[in-house]
Design a protein around this ligand. Structure first.
Ligand SMILES: [Zn+2]
Length: 477
């Protein structure tokens, strides 16, 4: 049909009349515009699809995960609402007025009772990125083709979940591969001293929060040791001075290195400010000798600051990159200001030989976050979790970051507890990256081949390079 009109429109003007000729001219313009518009749209779609399918073919190195076995959450039976409770989405449900349940009611409530309690709040989160990335995991792994969770479609989905979780190891293995993962960096914040992990899926991350936080809470004489002090006692270390404390911390570095740890990670912004003052050894030594309960908050902070500087120095010595949580904090109540990226500036200046990997785009301070990646050769950008916090902010911020920061400095991580949510996060992350790169190609800022190289670097190659994975893990990538 279109072809016929096109043909007729090229009939030359004749004595048939000026009106007819004018009509034909307008038709030609309209048709050409339509064809051009159609071609543009096709080009856009095909560029996006090309980038996205390249991302889909990458064997992803996921630089940050908190994957649990279901029993680590205390789950015996796992149903739909168990997964919701282990997900970020639960914070939005609470934010909308819903209620987080303890394990006992979580296990004993019927699906109907759950819906009655939190169904409306769940519906109010249908607009958020936490919701959209969470549902993507089910669309990818369960062939769930609905846009929203509803009271009607949850029961069948929950039944499938329960079946899969009856043998989670098998389900995890199949999902890990279907999602496109090759390796995940495992940060076990809930058991930070554990160095035994399944190397088939994971690389060990040395989580150093307790090293920093426990220095200012050592047990008094005769008091039962807890936390780091309990672990030290189990391993035959007696900690009575700052030197003893540092010796045990160094032992933990060696232990993690022996288990092929690929980096150091901290999420200290959940407990305190990211401003780390440079405290002299002598001052810290004297403060350690003071009973912990007599330390003022300022003195406790000084001791923690001292340890964090010491950890950075050790990370340089052992050549381990340092991952740092910056920006927004998960959950439903914390001090946002704690994670402001600019607080770290003094460390970047003082330790040019350390490798700092800043997390989460520093949301909502994405601009100042990007500025550090631009200024410092040793500051890297891990966009982990940013697309899940706000998809559209991730698109805008990543576009800005691509203006500022060379692309050998980006990583991607999922930051989730169970495989469904991580899978949804990867889908989300790839879409965000593909969308930003497509726009940049359209604006003439990039060529397709460079965009495809950026995809490979973000989702795989930069991690192999910067974290020296071949060398540390002793295998090929
Ligand atoms: Zn995390």
């Amino acid at each position: 049909m279109i072809q016929n009109q096109f043909y007729f429109s090229f009939v030359p003007c004749s004595s048939a009349g000026y009106g007819y000729c004018k009509w034909m001219f307008v038709s030609v313009i309209l048709l050409l515009s339509f064809a051009l518009f159609n071609q543009c749209t096709q080009d856009q779609i095909s560029t996006y699809q090309k980038i996205k399918s390249n991302a889909d073919s990458v064997h992803v190195i996921n630089t940050h995960e908190h994957q649990h076995w279901p029993e680590e959450y205390g789950y015996l039976h796992t149903r739909f609402y168990h997964l919701i409770h282990a997900s970020y989405l639960m914070s939005d449900i609470v934010s909308a007025g819903g209620q987080r349940l303890d394990m006992e009611p979580l296990d004993s409530f019927s699906l109907e009772a759950h819906w009655k309690l939190n169904g409306q709040a769940l519906d109010y989160t249908r607009n958020t990125s936490y919701y959209s990335h969470f549902i993507k995991g089910f669309q990818k792994l369960y062939d769930f083709d609905e846009m929203y969770f509803t009271e009607e479609n949850i029961p069948a989905l929950s039944e499938q979940i329960e079946k899969n979780y009856a043998d989670y190891r098998t389900w995890f293995d199949a999902s890990f591969r279907k999602a496109g993962f090759e390796l995940m960096f495992l940060d076990q914040y809930w058991k930070p001293f554990n160095t035994e992990i399944d190397e088939k899926y994971y690389a060990l991350v040395f989580h150093i929060n307790p090293l920093v936080m426990h220095v200012s809470s050592h047990p008094a004489k005769g008091e039962k040791p807890t936390g780091l002090y309990e672990k030290a006692a189990e391993e035959g270390y007696t900690i009575q001075s700052l030197d003893d404390y540092l010796e045990y911390c160094d032992h933990l570095f060696h232990k993690n290195l022996d288990h092929k740890a690929v980096c150091v990670k901290n999420s200290l912004a959940y407990s305190r400010s990211l401003d780390f003052e440079d405290v002299p050894y002598e001052e810290a030594r004297q403060l350690f000798n003071k009973p912990s309960q007599k330390l003022s908050p300022g003195e406790a902070k000084k001791m923690q600051d001292f340890i964090f500087h010491w950890i950075i120095q050790k990370s340089i010595e052992y050549d381990l990159p340092i991952q740092i949580h910056t920006g927004y904090l998960a959950g439903n109540g914390n001090n946002l200001e704690n994670g402001k990226p600019v607080k770290l500036n003094n460390l970047f200046l003082k330790y040019p030989d350390a490798k700092f990997v800043l997390f989460h785009g520093g949301y909502p301070w994405t601009g100042e976050y990007a500025a550090f990646g631009k200024m410092f050769p040793n500051v890297y950008m891990d966009i982990v979790w940013l697309p899940q916090i706000s998809r559209e902010k991730a698109v805008m911020a990543l576009d800005e970051m691509f203006d500022c920061v060379p692309y050998n400095k980006f990583f991607w991580g999922g930051d989730c507890g169970l495989i469904e949510e991580t899978t949804g996060s990867l889908e989300f992350g790839k879409e965000v990256v593909a969308e930003v790169l497509t726009r940049r190609i359209e604006r003439g800022l990039l060529t397709e081949d460079v965009a495809i190289d950026i995809v490979k670097k973000i989702f795989r190659e930069n991690a192999i390079e910067v974290f020296k994975l071949k060398e540390r893990l002793g295998r090929e990538f």
